[in-house]
Design a protein around this ligand. Structure first.
Ligand SMILES: Nc1ncnc2c1ncn2[C@@H]1O[C@H](COP(=O)(O)OP(=O)(O)OP(=O)(O)O)[C@@H](O)[C@H]1O
Ligand SMILES: [Mg+2]
Length: 207
């Protein structure tokens, strides 16, 4: 069986995980598959009340980590997986699934992946993106008001009621499990530290 390397990309919300994941995907091209924690949200549409904060999307209980861990195991065995499709507008899980084929490198993107043994235990390498709270807050404010139709007050309330407390309780302490830590404010394409690690991965995977 072909060996698969599983790389986790963790860090707080708006630390830059998806930005780094896209950069890695571009770097490794067709040799990399991506699995995002966001796909594994549990359907909580019946409880959701827009900006009211009745659902804590930043708590580990909002994510189906059992299913996510099982998908990572299958990808590690070079098997194809069917992953749920989550709709951010309705907070529902679609009836449809998305097929993801395994590749030599499997990248897992998520805030809480290093805090949960079910996923953490399956990672061969892990990057934690370390961005200060004010940077994460400003990026989130900008993204959610511009791209997700949210109000400034709603984003602010959610950040201080849920995002920050969950970050401090779950995300920040999980940093100790990371094999590598990168600042979230750097230009990933210009980082020689990152470049050196990626070259080593390429060599190890015979790419
Ligand atoms: N290194 C960086 N320098 C400057 N801006 C960045 C950097 N990384 C990310 N950003 C910007 O911050 C915003 C959020 O980035 P991104 O979507 O990658 O965060 P994330 O960690 O995936 O967030 P989430 O956990 O909420 O999905 C985007 O607007 C992105 O352009
Ligand atoms: Mg993201």
């Amino acid at each position: 069986m072909e060996s698969v390397l599983v790389l986790g990309v963790a860090g707080g919300s708006c630390s830059g995980k998806t930005t780094l994941t896209h950069f890695l995907k571009k770097y490794f091209g067709d040799d990399a598959a991506v699995l995002a924690q966001d796909s594994f949200y549990i359907d909580q549409s019946h409880k959701f009340d827009c900006d009211g904060g009745s659902v804590n999307f930043d708590h580990p209980d909002s994510i189906d980590f059992s299913l996510m861990g099982q998908c990572v195991s299958y990808l590690k065995e070079s098997r194809e997986v069917s992953i749920p499709i989550y709709d951010f507008a309705t907070h529902k899980r679609s009836e449809e699934v998305q097929k993801v084929s395994s590749k030599k490198l499997v990248i897992i993107d998520g805030t809480l992946i290093l805090s949960q043994e079910k996923v953490r235990g399956k990672l061969d390498l892990s990057f934690f993106i370390d961005a200060p709270e004010n940077v994460r807050f400003q990026r989130r404010l900008e993204r959610d008001t511009k791209e997700r139709g949210r109000t400034e007050q709603g984003v602010k309330d959610q950040f201080y009621k849920q995002v920050k407390p969950m970050h401090d309780e779950w995300v920040e302490p999980s940093k100790t499990h990371a094999t590598h830590i990168f600042p979230g404010t750097i230009d990933f394409s210009a980082s020689s530290d990152l470049q050196a690690i990626l070259e080593k991965i390429k060599k190890d995977l015979l790419l």
